[in-house]
Ligand binder design. Structure first.
Ligand code: P53
Length: 503
């Protein structure tokens, strides 16, 4: 049997890492535009300034001090500003995706292209027109858009003037934005994802959060993406509650505009294993997994599960639900579960990191190889997670991110032999096939991450490449932006052509 005939093969991107054109045609500033480049020694950071002129920096996932505003500094490099310039290369890129045989392309809309400040009364027509051109180009090539409404995109103005998602007003601003794009593209887009990786969002970067606890941010350790200092976690959970209410209300608005819309919730769901069969490792891993599943439980079951309070208790947090919230969550669940899967994490009772939820940290796994960035490579884990998620939700699953960040070498003749990437993708596609054939799990599609090279979210590097199409651009923005086909391009083209039969 193998993959279903209508299986959606494709690739995935996000505006903040791919589009560039950060100030063109009326686009407003997003927090993503304020994040510097980075590397192993110097993590990415955001500069801020108080009205009295004092300045400082925060890392990804941290909150900005109350009263400060994120700023752009001269002499620093900001990778989102040009990124790999989809803004000016969309025709060429879509043609290349079509050549590979893509049935679907995942991309995100930039909120500040449509509402430059986030709270504007009227949308920016030039921003809307850009995505019309993009979707038209895709449809001409028979490529279905899968659109993420919010992918690590936070209008700076909404963070500064409202305190970001901690403020319930954000629900209305998001809905105005979502309804605008639903209406505008109702005949062009069918598949939507309301929020990217809701379970790893945090801090100023993605939620626009500020508070006093972060005011000595300079003296704090820097946090990884998705990690939040304990003192701020309460704020984070409240903000994420608002985001989930907004997501449910977007589902409602979408079905009124077009009942055929398919609405996806999206989580980072790389898997988690216990380090040993010690009962504390086993239960610890189980409890750790719940920190991610908490969010899909709310978005699919329509209510906070029993164990939510035990997670909140770790932070002394009490959720504030307003009248109507419970009914909204119950009435408008998502249609399908989209998720990213890159790796698995090992939970060990001695060195457990208790704050992250997407499976990013953890003890080493002696049975698995890792990428150059230390991410364990685990195709079998994908079959496990597909089963885990279908058992729990009985909703169609869509793997909307998967892949291996790796350094590529361009040979003298211009070819790029990325056999390591082919091996990674082959293993994972095989695992999906097993989940479909042997376990009878319904999978809608597969869109490997960064199908064309884009900026890494976590490190800000270009060197951490995921693409099957190479883009000539380096970590500091030098390069011609010329596109070339890697070996994996031809390999994936054949995979799609044979509907996953020949790997
Ligand atoms: P990069 C980990 C760290 C940062 C972002 O990550 C992440 C994850 C994995 O869950 O989420 C997704 O670029 C995200 C993408 C991102 C991709 O992982 O740090 O949705 O935007 O690019 C890969 O290698």
């Amino acid at each position: 049997m193998g993959f279903p005939q209508n299986f959606l093969w494709g690739g995935a991107t996000a505006a903040n890492q791919y589009e560039g054109g950060y100030a063109e045609d009326g686009k407003g500033l997003a927090v993503a535009d304020l994040i510097t480049d980075g590397n192993k020694e110097q993590p990415r950071r955001i500069f801020y300034r108080f009205p009295d002129g004092r300045e400082g920096t925060i890392g990804l996932g941290e909150c900005i001090p109350a009263g400060a505003q994120g700023i752009l500094k001269d002499d620093y490099y900001y990778p989102s500003h040009v990124a790999t310039d989809f803004y000016h290369h969309y025709k060429e890129d879509i043609a290349l995706f079509a050549e590979m045989g893509f049935k679907v392309l995942r991309l995100s809309i930039s909120w500040t292209r449509i509402f430059p400040n986030g709270d504007d009364q009227q949308p920016n027509e030039a921003g809307l027109a850009f995505y019309d051109k993009v979707f038209d180009e895709m449809l001409t090539h028979g490529i279905e858009p899968l659109v993420t409404i919010l992918h690590f995109d936070m209008p700076v103005h909404l963070a500064t003037a409202y305190g970001g998602w901690a403020n319930r007003k954000l629900i209305d601003f998001y809905l105005r934005y979502a309804s605008t794009v639903f209406q505008r593209y109702r005949n062009k887009v069918k598949y939507w994802v309301t929020v990217n990786e809701v379970n790893v969002l945090g801090g100023y970067w993605t939620l626009g959060l500020s508070n006093d606890a972060a005011s000595e941010a300079g003296s704090k350790k820097s946090y990884n993406q998705g990690e939040t200092p304990d003192a701020e976690a309460g704020l984070k959970f409240q903000a994420l509650h608002h985001l989930m209410v907004a997501s449910a209300l977007a589902n409602k608005a979408a079905k009124i505009i077009n009942p055929d819309f398919q609405m996806g919730a999206m989580l980072a769901l790389s898997g988690i294993y216990p380090a040993t069969c010690h009962p504390e490792d086993v239960f610890g891993a189980y409890a750790f997994r719940r920190k991610a599943l908490l969010f899909s439980d709310v978005l699919f079951h329509g209510e906070y599960p029993n164990y939510a309070q035990s997670i909140f208790d770790e932070y002394g947090f009490t959720l504030k639900m307003e009248q109507g919230d419970a009914e909204i969550l119950k009435a408008y669940p998502s249609d399908f579960l989209a998720f990213s899967y890159y790796r698995t994490t090992v939970f060990d009772r001695f060195s457990a990191n208790t704050t992250t939820t997407g499976g990013q940290q953890g003890a080493p796994n002696p049975y698995l190889q890792t990428t150059a960035w230390g991410w364990p490579i685990d195709p079998d884990g994908l079959r496990y997670v597909l089963n885990e998620l279908y058992d729990r939700y009985q909703k169609p699953l869509f793997i909307v991110e998967n892949g291996m960040g790796a350094k590529d070498t361009v040979n003298a003749d211009g070819t790029i032999e990325d056999d390591y990437r082919i091996d990674y993708l082959r293993g994972h596609i095989r695992a999906i096939k097993e989940a479909i054939e042997k376990d009878h799990v319904p999978v809608m599609g597969y869109t490997p991450w960064g199908c064309i090279d884009i900026v890494s979210a976590g490190t800000g590097e270009m060197a951490k490449r995921y693409g099957m199409i190479y883009v000539d651009m380096d970590d500091k923005g030098h390069g011609t932006l010329k596109r070339s086909r890697k070996k994996s391009f031809y390999w994936y083209q054949h995979v799609i052509k044979t509907n996953g039969e020949e790997l």
